[in-house]
Design a protein around this ligand. Structure first.
Ligand code: ADP
Length: 438
């Protein structure tokens, strides 16, 4: 291109030089050199201005620039512009094709996708959105999304800027359909709402839960019978079977405990909330200490510290059982001579935590993330020896979830572990004044 331009420039320069030379020759012949040179220059200038005006007209026009067939500098400028226009048009076409392909792909998604501006106004949505959220095309374009989907949980979630996915929201069109929602931020404070129909998944999950609950329930009666008969046999009556009897009793007790724990888990999973009771922490910690003492049989040092004066709001029964699980574990996984500390303390963010710290065997870091899974054990033998079911921490996690609290685990092998139940400030109650106390 540069070379062609150079050539065109030279040819134009030669043409101008030839015109001036001819004007000079004619001028010498007519003895009017200045007039002839002036006329030639005016002609060259006029010709240039005319070409420039034509070029400007072509550039401003809607039609595409035609090809120029000359070889002067203006022809080359026209051809170079024409070439650029063609490249730009091809690029634009490619972009439009790509944009259409993206739009068609998004429209074909089974998930609902809604593009929102920073004020949560709807800029675009795909076909699935009509089925899942009930938006109508085109009248809902530009509408404020919280005005169209009026579920309070949804509005509250949008207000918190959808920091975490919103799970299990009933569809505004049909209560039976359950939705999971995700809000993805992108350029310039815009966001993309992705809605997935998880009804099928929830149904499967329900089938799994019902199955576990039913199996546990069905096993309960035969186990009680076996257990009852085993208890009726006195070892002295059958001395030769005494070790077998002992083992049978142990195993049937273990199975009963597993069934009970599975039923507890099913019961917790089926609930969305629990009773909201005022729990006074001092008596609760004392009860936990007594349980630990009974289990430890004087083999551990037990310390209780009450550093926060607040009461806790929640289910006394479930929280007691969760805390008791942690204390029992601390005793079971701490060798004799160890120290176990129960502590109710204030958190900097306005909440409070109940922590159980032991100087036991500790847990290697790679096990920590999986510890609350059902039947996950670090050491199966120690768990079985001490009557563990592998379900204790799973129950703790569920109970805490129902209190919007979380379980924090810190542990170092050979040093000890701390299991802390962390509650938000909304779960804390000012202690009743003495006069008000019942
Ligand atoms: P288990 O009935 O086996 O104790 P849990 O769900 O209560 O089941 O605990 C899961 C696993 O976590 C246990 O098997 C044990 O390996 C580990 N664990 C729990 N608490 C402690 C603790 N205080 N110290 C060391 N390991 C622990």
């Amino acid at each position: 291109m540069m070379r062609r331009l150079g050539r065109a420039w030279r040819s134009s320069a030669w043409r101008l030089a030839a015109l001036l030379a001819a004007a000079l020759a004619v001028g010498l012949w007519l003895r009017a050199v200045p007039a002839c040179l002036l006329a030639a220059t005016a002609f060259a200038l006029g010709h240039g201005v005319l070409r420039l005006a034509r070029f400007a007209r072509l550039l401003a026009g809607r039609r595409r620039m035609p090809a120029a067939d000359g070889n002067g500098i203006w022809d080359e400028v026209q051809n170079a512009t024409r070439q650029r226009q063609r490249t730009a048009v091809a690029g634009k076409r490619r972009m439009v094709r790509l944009l259409r392909a993206f739009r068609d792909a998004a429209a074909a998604l089974p998930d609902a996708v809604v593009a929102l501006d920073r004020e949560l106004r709807i800029e675009w949505f795909n076909a699935a959105t009509a089925n899942l959220l009930g938006l109508k095309y085109p009248q809902d374009l530009g509408a404020h999304l919280p005005n169209l989907v009026r579920a309070p949980r949804f509005t509250e979630w949008l207000r918190r800027e959808g920091e975490e996915p919103l799970l299990d929201l009933p569809s505004p069109l049909d209560e039976e359909r359950r939705l999971n929602l995700l809000l993805i931020r992108y350029a310039d404070d815009r966001s993309l709402l992705v809605v997935r129909d998880v009804s099928q998944l929830m149904r499967l999950e329900q089938v799994r839960r019902d199955f576990v609950a039913n199996v546990s329930h069905e096993l309960r009666t035969p186990l009680t019978v076996v257990h009852g008969y085993l208890d009726m046999i006195e070892p002295e009556q059958v001395p030769e079977y005494e070790p077998i009897l002992h083992e049978l009793r142990n195993q049937s007790r273990r199975m009963t405990q597993i069934v009970e724990d599975l039923l507890t888990l099913s019961r917790l999973e089926a609930r969305n909330d629990l009773p909201q009771e005022r729990i006074s922490m001092r008596p609760l910690l004392e009860a936990l200490r007594r349980e630990a003492e009974a289990l430890s049989q004087g083999q551990h040092t037990l310390v209780v510290e009450l550093d926060d004066r607040h009461d806790l709001l929640g289910s006394t029964k479930e929280l007691h059982s969760a805390f008791s699980n942690l204390v029992t574990n601390a005793v079971r996984y701490t060798p004799a001579g160890g120290r176990i500390m129960l502590r109710w303390q204030h958190d900097a963010d306005g909440g409070a935590r109940l922590s159980v710290t032991d100087t036991g065997q500790g847990i290697p870091a790679q096990h920590l993330p999986r510890l609350t899974e059902r039947f996950y054990r670090v050491s199966t033998s120690r768990s079985r020896e001490t009557g563990g079911t592998g379900l204790g921490l799973s129950i703790v996690k569920h109970v805490l979830q129902l209190h919007q609290a979380r379980l924090e685990i810190r542990s170092e092998p050979g040093v000890g572990s701390t299991f802390a139940c962390v509650f938000g400030g909304e779960r804390l109650l000012e202690p009743l004044a003495l006069a008000e106390a019942p």
